[in-house]
Design a protein around this ligand. Structure first.
Ligand code: PLP
Length: 412
């Protein structure tokens, strides 16, 4: 994994522009222009009909956004990268591109709150069935697939349960039946995790998190590795006939995303392109601190349990190590004695901030059951394995010593 991206920074930092900049700008300028002008009606026709790559309207394509997309495409060695204005927009665009009435999607109930609502409430109204199951139980997954399954969708480390499914095994099941494996990889950035080698066909990232470079902007990415054969996909059949392996990307770009209207804005693309430049540096530090802190917190007698898959006795440690390396991300959870103990702890924190979001430069603490999942019923929370005793920590750039001291004083 780490090998693939040894030259991550060099590849990223030296990527040329499509056209030389008039002033020799070292940073890609922000093209805050809605429309782009043409010399002739003919060139205009070609751009609008997809016969040239020229820009014409920034809901569809923009030079600053395309530069960000090309950087992502380049460092992930993918066929295409599409930038949208949030992680949720990325999920919606992907699902709408591949699903149609009568199809089903296999997934786990262990999902990001908004994703859960999008799948289970919104899509259900359009006749798309969501089959919730335990994705770590391969027999269950296999038994749920049928001719109408249009995707297996998962988060590579679920939040906040920290459950990890075997991607290679899932992709084998999927590909045997002509089903794409779609993964939300937000939790481990692509500088340290090569989704393609584990059989992921479409990668979805909330770039709001690591990539934005310290919680500067909300954004999302859709990465297509161009390896999946879309022959069996009903809504993509026409596209497959015309574009083969590019079927998904072509439908996404030419039909879905421009009409849904959630393309990334040039300002956001600028900020996130800058964030990309320090991604590896920040990630390595944050993940290493998280592993170190998790090991230290395990020794505290005031903490009932520490959940981090980098810990050797974690039930997902083996698969975590295989897929994500020794320090699998910068999020952990701790369980305290009660909901009240969690609230007291959070109130006493001095360095760690009381906020949602993940992978800010600042360390953040939240009580998921009363916030992100606060409006869910207790029964729904049970189904999602959410406990009232759990606190989620997203580890930032502070030192392990400072974080440990803050946690220790808050536990007193
Ligand atoms: C934050 C998050 C999302 C949603 O991303 P937004 O950019 O907030 O829309 C989706 N999946 C995961 C795993 C996330 O952490």
């Amino acid at each position: 994994m780490d090998k693939k991206n040894k030259n991550f920074e060099a590849k990223l930092l030296n990527m040329p522009y499509e056209k030389p900049d008039t002033y020799g700008a070292l940073s890609m300028p922000v093209y805050n222009s809605v429309a782009f002008e043409f010399k002739t009606a003919k060139e205009m026709e070609e751009a609008f009909c997809g016969l040239s790559n020229d820009y014409y309207y920034s809901r569809i394509d923009n030079p600053t956004v395309r530069y960000f997309e090309n950087r992502v495409k380049n460092i992930t060695d993918s066929m295409s990268a599409t930038a949208v204005n949030s992680g949720m927009a990325a999920i919606a665009n992907v699902i709408i591109s591949i699903a149609s009435t009568g199809c089903n999607i296999i997934t786990s109930p262990h999902l990001f709150g908004n994703t859960y609502t999008f799948l289970s409430s919104i899509l259900a109204n359009f006749g798309i069935e969501i089959r919730f199951c335990d994705l770590t139980d391969l027999e269950q997954v296999q038994s749920l697939t049928d001719d109408n399954t249009c995707a297996v969708f998962l988060e590579i480390i679920t939040n906040p349960q920290l459950e990890i499914a075997d991607l290679q095994a899932l992709s084998t099941i999927c590909h045997k039946s002509g089903i794409p494996l779609i993964a939300d990889t937000t939790i481990i950035p692509f500088c340290s995790f090569d989704a393609r080698t584990f059989g992921v066909d479409i990668e979805i990232v909330s770039s709001t998190k690591y990539i934005s470079g310290g919680a500067t902007t909300v954004g999302g990415l859709i990465i297509d590795y161009g390896i999946f054969n879309w022959k069996k996909s009903l809504p993509l059949q026409k596209w497959y006939y015309n574009f083969g392996k590019e079927a998904f990307t072509k439908r996404l770009r030419r039909e879905i995303h421009r009409n849904l209207g959630a393309y990334m804005s040039p300002q956001t693309a600028y900020m996130q392109s800058l964030g990309l430049e320090t991604l590896q540096l920040r990630y390595e530090r944050q993940a290493a601190t998280c592993l170190e802190l998790a090991s230290l917190l395990k020794k505290s007698d005031k903490i009932i349990s520490v959940n981090y898959t980098g810990l050797k006795d974690n039930r997902f440690h083996e698969i975590s190590n295989k897929q994500f390396g020794a320090a699998p991300g910068a999020m952990m959870t701790i369980d305290l004695a009660s909901r009240q103990a969690c609230f007291d702890f959070i109130d006493k924190l001095k360095i760690i901030r009381r906020a949602t979001n993940l992978f800010d430069n600042k360390t953040l603490a939240i009580h998921p059951s009363s916030t992100i999942f606060g409006t869910f019923s207790e029964e729904q929370r049970k189904k999602m394995d959410l406990r009232q005793e759990t606190i989620r920590l997203s580890i930032g750039l502070e030192s392990t010593e400072d974080l440990l001291a803050d946690i220790e004083q808050a536990l007193k």
